[in-house]
Structure formats: structure tokens, C-alpha cells
Design a protein around this ligand. Sequence first.
Ligand code: CUA
Length: 250
Amino acid sequence: MILNSLLPSASTYAGDIDTLFDVITLLVGVPFLIASFLFFSFILRFKKKEGVDSMYISGTEHQYMKWIHRAHVPILVFDVIIVVMAVNVWYDVKQDLPEAASTVRVTAQQWAWTFTHPGPDNVLDTADDIRTVNELHVAKDTLYHFKLESLDVLHSFSVPVFRLKQDAIPGRVITGWFEPTLAGDFDIQCAEICGIGHGLMPAKIHVESPGQHAAWVKAHNPLALAAATSSAPPELESKVRKETNRLAAR
Ligand code: CUA
């Protein structure tokens, strides 16, 4: 409701996190406003008056204690509601790992992101992997796992439209997941102070339709690109061979 109006939600769990924000804002914000109103109105109402002595109240008498208990009960109930909802969302986003259709590697370093896409065979760490710097390409409505690594210091992989944020820790491979639900180009930003260039560590995520994404993968297949550059036209090849033979014969 509140977050959604400021920033599009573009992953399957973004809505759950937005709902959690709304519930917390409501359950904490409304009691805060009521308490603030009472606090300031009592200050004004019971300010020093000529000829009126102040009354000493210890607050331990039953008639005063009941006002503390009555306010305490709903606050405790709100706490339980927030904790239960938060644990549920946390479990779905961070603890549970649904089956993925594809896996990408996200490598952070001072101060850039390297993304390794699995390429046409959809398997990471094979010769057709597509590596890019500061741009991640994914297909809409496809569940991805990401393997997050850091080459040097702590970084944090933050995709605000997915409501996804995960620290990258040197020496560890952290696996997480997301499923984009909205096509478009969105921001990625490092969200952990990682040195002087921390603010210069943005990247882009390009969420494409499955067809567009397949076309991108095909156009960037490193094996096809290598084959295309190594095969020179035949007439050029025979010319080179003739020239080589002529030089060798001398
Ligand atoms: Cu990387 Cu901040």
C-alpha cells in the first residue's frame, strides 16, 4: 500500500514484504500517535497553575496501574502479530528454497558486480557461461537461484523492486532465490559500506520476457561468438596460406 505506491513490486514475495511493512506501520504508528497526543495534551492540561499544589502520584496504586495494564495488553498482542507475520515472510524468502529453473552467480568486489549467466545449456560453470559486468539479465516469471560471492570485503546485493537484500561475505557462497514478475530495467545497488567506491557500485537488472531473454542469451553465447570471429572467409585463408608458403620458400 505505502511502499507499493513509491516503488514497483517486481517479485513474487515483494507483496508479502510490503504487507508486513504496512502492518508494522499501522500497529506501531497508531499507538505512537495516540501516546504522543496524550503526552502533549497532558503536559498542557496539567501545567503549573497559580494556587494549585502539585499532586504526588507514585503510580503503584491499583487505580493508576490499571491504565498501564490496559495499554500494555494490546501492545503485546500487536507484538505477537508482527513477530508471527515476520517469521512467516522470513521463512518464505530466506529459509525456503523453491526449485529453480535457472541459476546465476553474483560476484561482488570493490567496486563492481560480475554476473555469470548459465548460457544456452542453462548450466553454470560450463564453456558457454555469459559473464557481464554491472548488468544482470533474467527472464520474467522464471524462478532463479543466485549464488552470491564476494572477492574482497562485505557487500550487499540489493534489488529494491524485488524487496531483496542479501549480504555478500568473502569466503562464503550464499544461495538465495527470486522470481521476477514485472518486465523492465531496475536498479541493483550495493547496500553495505564497502570502501570509498561504495556509492559507485550500482548495477542494472534487466527483466525480459522469456522470448527476449532467449534471444539475448543466443546473441551473447560466447562459443558462437568465438566461432564467428575465428572463421575467416575462405578466400582470405587461401591468400594467407599462399603468402606463408612463399615466405617459407625464400
Ligand atoms: Cu560494495 Cu558497498
